[in-house]
Design a protein around this ligand. Structure first.
Ligand SMILES: *Cc1c(COP(=O)(O)O)cnc(C)c1O
Length: 378
């Protein structure tokens, strides 16, 4: 297999990874071996350091994709008598609400339109009106559209009303700034395969150690009980159930590379430059983004489908033949497609992508990327 033949993944994840990260997986490690125990400790320590300081905060990794970690966090940190306020302006906010319903946690929602940030004042009103709400939960970057939610403002509102905050930072962790010292949070949830540029297979929660300690017996699930998982790590540095050893070896390497790139600041700067080049290039071809610049995160961009002879499938296949994988839109109303800025992707890759889009438009007979009439064009 020649990885150079794989397309560049301009998606929300899994993403294009570096050869060094993939090579780190070329190992067999015993789950109880001292080397693997040390590797876990390194991974947990590095993950905490991205957003908070030890020992107030600690990291509990969990096998699976990001959703497993979100479900584990809600089930473990929200007591059975608790109630969650889910901030919903896209599919991932809606998923928080759905998880609560499924695991039997009382839940209310503040709903906002998909192209608008969650409104902290609406959150404040909801909290004022319902003293039963114990936790507020929201997505940092709502990957449905690529929108940046105002986590610091929502955190301030929650703190002022004495409620706890759980942040789904899946597509933001490692690239968008968030620090516990400035933004009071109970827990932040993310996974290996987005801005950290590891491979998929593990999620994790960085939580206040005190909250984890108080969460014994909360979880309706055995496998997703973060309190028990944490106790096991604290006892002997080992996983309760079979760990994805190669995924963790890759994540350790990915975290070292993240630090070498300058941590959140360095990685965020590369993604912002990717975004700038993408906006400039696609804009010159006539494409119009869904979101206004102030709420556009440098993670993934939703583009309105052009007017004329448009077919996502045809567009996708033609780009795929040229070495690029993009993503369909995930909106209920307007037809859209998405292009990611994250992963081992550099501004020159984005320039090559924009050139390929130009070729494909010509082949499809699309004179411009401008949205058709009635599709909410500029
Ligand atoms: C990717 C993502 C998730 C988790 O998705 P999985 O498919 O389970 O990895 C959750 N929330 C957000 C905001 C995401 O971007």
């Amino acid at each position: 297999m020649d990885p150079s033949r794989d397309p560049l993944l301009l998606t929300p994840g899994p993403l294009t990874t570096s050869a060094a990260v993939r090579d780190a997986m070329d190992r067999d490690m015993g789950s109880r071996d001292a080397e693997f125990v040390a590797l876990n400790a390194e991974v947990r320590r590095r993950l905490v350091a991205v957003v908070a300081a030890e020992p107030e905060y600690t990291c509990v990794p969990v096998q699976g994709s990001g959703t497993f970690a979100v479900e584990a966090a809600l089930g473990t940190l929200v007591p059975r008598s608790g109630k969650v306020l889910a901030c919903v302006n896209g599919a991932y906010g809606a998923r928080i609400r759905q998880i609560c319903q499924r695991i039997g946690r009382d839940v209310a929602a503040v709903e906002c339109p998909e192209e608008r940030a969650v409104d902290p004042e609406a959150v404040d009103r909801a909290l004022a009106g319902d003293p039963g709400i114990t936790h507020v939960a929201l997505a940092h970057c709502e990957t449905t559209t690529g929108l940046l939610n105002p986590v610091p403002e929502v955190a301030a509102v929650a703190a002022a009303r004495g409620r706890r905050l759980i942040v789904d930072a899946m597509s933001a962790f490692g690239a968008l700034p968030l620090r516990a010292e400035a933004v009071p949070f109970e827990a932040v949830v993310a996974s290996s395969n987005k801005c950290l540029e590891g491979v998929p297979g593990v999620g994790f929660v960085v939580a206040r150690a005190e909250a984890l300690a108080a969460a014994a017996g909360n979880s309706p699930s055995l496998a997703l009980d973060l309190h028990d998982q944490w106790r096991a790590f604290e006892a002997n540095g080992q996983w309760r159930f079979t760990p994805p050893v190669q995924v963790l070896a890759a994540l350790a390497e990915a975290l070292r590379r993240h630090a070498d790139e300058g941590g959140v600041e360095g990685r965020g700067a590369r993604y912002r430059e990717n975004l700038r080049v993408l906006q400039e290039g696609m804009g010159a071809l006539g494409f119009v983004p869904l979101l206004a610049p102030p709420v556009q995160a440098p993670i993934i961009v939703t583009w309105r489908a052009p007017g004329g002879p448009w077919s996502f499938e045809v567009f996708y296949r033609a780009l795929r033949e040229r070495g690029f994988a993009i993503y369909p839109g995930k909106l209920t109303q307007a037809p859209t497609f998405r292009v990611g800025c994250i992963g081992q992707v550099f501004p020159d890759d984005i320039r090559r992508f924009v050139a390929a889009v130009g070729e494909v438009m010509e082949a499809m007979g699309l004179p411009s990327g401008a949205p058709g009439a009635g599709e909410g064009g500029a």
